[in-house]
Design a protein around this ligand. Structure first.
Ligand SMILES: [Zn+2]
Length: 415
C-alpha cells in the first residue's frame, strides 16, 4: 500500500467507516476489524489513492473517434456541429459511459468541463466524484449580460445535483471564445459565489497569434462574424491576468505556450495548471513544459482531455508522456494523486491515503516489486487499464469483481 504522502506500508490495511471515509490505516496486524464488518483482501496488489483526472469532457464521450480533422480550427468547428446534434439525455448517457470508463482506469475524481450540465447529473446518479465546470461562451461584448445570465441559470440547475462528492464550478471556455468583459464578469460572479474556475488557455499557436497580434484563423472567424477583435495582450495568460481571472481558485488548462513571465504570473497568483500532453501532441500544439511550472511552485495536475481529441483516455499514458518530458516517476505519481487533488481544490478530502479522507482507492494487480517509494511510483506510472483490479469511491467498489458494497464499513487490505 502506498499512501503517497507517507512511506509505503507492507501488508497494509485500511478500515473504512460507514460514512466512506478512512478510519484507520497501517499494517494489517495493527488495523482492527470491527465485529460484523466485512473484509476484502487483495493479495500481491498495490493499493494507492484513486487517480485524479484533472481535465475531462465527459459529455463528449459519444464523439470518440468521430472528429478526425488534423487542423485545430477545423476540429473545433466540426466539434461544434456534432455537439449541436446532441440533447441532454444523450449527453448524460455519454457522461455515464465516461465515468464508468474512468473507474476502470482507477480514476476516482474528475475535473470536467462541459456546457450541457450533464456531468453533475451523471456523477450524482452513479455515485462518482468530481467537479463539473459549467462552460460559458460569448466572444461578442454585446453577449456579456445574456451569457452571464444563462450561466447563472445553468449553475443553479447543476448545484441541485451537488453533494459532498459532486461540486460545481464555471468555465469561461477560452480567450478565443469569450470576450474580456465576460471574463471580468464571470470571475467576479464565481468569486462572489465561491465557485472554482477552469479556463482553456495557451493551448495553440493560433490562440497566441490571436491574442498577441489579432491575427490567424480565430481573428478571421471573428471578423467574418462581425465580432470586434480583443485588445491585444502580451500573451493569453497576460490576457487572463488583465481580466482578473488568475487566482488560486483557477485551473488553467493546457498552458503549452507560456513564457517565463507567464509562469511567474501563474505562480504569483497561485493559479493551478493541468497539462494534457497527448491531446496537445494529437492537435499539433507542441508539448507542455511542466517542470519550470512545478519548480515555480505551481500545482500541476494531469488530464486526459476529451475522447474527441484522443480516443483512449488513459491517465497512465499521460503520466508516461510526462516522464518522457523529464519528470521523475515519483513526481508524476504525485501529480496524478495529491497534487492533482490540490490543483482541483480537493486535497483536504482526497489525493492521499490518510485518516479522515474519503476512501477513494485504486488497486493494481500483480505487484511483486520491493516496497520502496521508487518501486511503487514506477508500478503506478507503468500501469494500464488491465492492471487495475478494483476502484473504490468513498469506500464503495465501483469497478472490480466484487460488486457494489455501498455504505458498509469494512477493511481493505493488500499484501
Ligand atoms: Zn479541454
Amino acid at each position: 500500500m502506498w499512501p503517497v504522502t507517507d512511506a509505503p506500508i507492507g501488508h497494509g490495511a485500511i478500515l473504512v467507516g460507514g460514512d466512506g471515509r478512512i478510519q484507520e490505516i497501517g499494517p494489517s496486524a495493527l488495523v482492527p476489524l470491527p465485529e460484523g464488518a466485512e473484509s476484502i483482501s487483495f493479495p500481491r496488489c498495490l493499493l494507492t489513492p484513486g487517480i485524479i483526472n484533472a481535465h475531462t469532457h465527459l459529455e463528449l464521450t459519444n464523439l470518440r473517434g468521430k472528429i478526425q480533422d488534423p487542423d485545430f480550427f477545423d476540429w473545433i468547428q466540426h466539434l461544434r456541429r456534432e455537439k449541436a446534434d446532441g440533447n441532454q439525455e444523450l449527453f448524460v448517457e455519454a457522461c455515464r459511459v465516461g465515468i464508468r470508463e474512468f473507474w476502470s482506469y482507477g480514476v476516482t475524481c474528475v475535473a470536467d468541463t462541459g456546457d450541457s450540465g450533464s456531468a453533475a447529473i451523471a456523477l450524482s446518479e452513479l455515485g462518482g466524484r468530481g467537479i463539473a465546470f459549467q462552460e460559458v461562451f460569448g466572444p461578442h461584448p454585446d453577449q456579456r449580460d445574456s451569457a452571464l445570465a444563462a450561466l447563472r441559470e445553468r449553475v443553479k440547475e447543476s448545484v441541485s445535483y451537488a453533494s459532498e462528492a459532486v461540486r460545481v464550478g464555471v468555465s469561461p471556455h477560452a480567450p478565443y471564445t469569450v470576450s474580456e468583459m465576460l471574463y471580468c464578469d464571470v470571475a467576479a460572479y464565481a468569486r462572489a459565489e465561491g465557485l472554482r474556475i477552469a479556463v482553456h488557455v495557451a493551448e495553440s499557436i493560433s490562440e497566441t497569434k490571436f491574442i498577441v497580434r489579432g491575427e490567424g484563423p480565430f481573428a478571421d472567424a471573428w471578423q467574418a462574424r462581425g465580432i470586434p477583435q480583443p485588445v491585444t495582450a502580451e500573451s493569453p495568460v497576460a490576457f487572463l491576468e488583465r481580466a482578473g481571472v488568475l487566482g488560486p481558485d483557477l485551473l488553467a488548462i493546457h498552458c503549452v505556450h507560456v513564457s517565463q513571465q507567464d509562469i511567474l504570473r501563474l505562480a504569483d497568483s497561485g493559479t493551478c495548471v493541468v497539462v494534457c500532453s497527448n491531446s496537445n501532441a494529437r492537435h499539433g500544439h507542441g508539448l507542455p513544459n511542466p517542470l519550470p511550472m512545478i519548480e515555480a511552485g505551481i500545482s500541476v495536475g494531469v488530464g486526459t482531455d476529451s475522447v474527441a481529441s484522443l480516443p483512449v483516455p488513459d491517465p497512465y499514458a499521460e503520466a508516461r508522456a510526462l516522464v518522457e518530458l523529464g519528470l521523475s516517476k515519483h513526481r508524476v505519481a504525485e501529480l496524478l494523486t495529491i497534487v492533482g487533488a490540490r490543483a482541483t481544490g480537493w486535497d483536504d478530502e482526497i489525493g492521499s491515503l490518510e485518516t479522515g479522507k474519503w476512501a477513494d482507492l485504486c488497486v493494481f494487480g500483480g505487484f511483486n516489486a520491493p516496497l520502496d517509494s521508487g518501486s511503487v511510483a514506477a508500478a503506478l506510472i507503468d500501469a494500464d487499464q488491465t492492471g487495475v483490479v478494483a476502484t473504490f469511491v468513498a469506500g464503495r467498489m465501483v469497478h472490480g469483481a466484487e460488486g457494489d458494497r455501498r455504505g458498509r464499513s469494512g477493511a481493505v487490505s493488500t499484501g
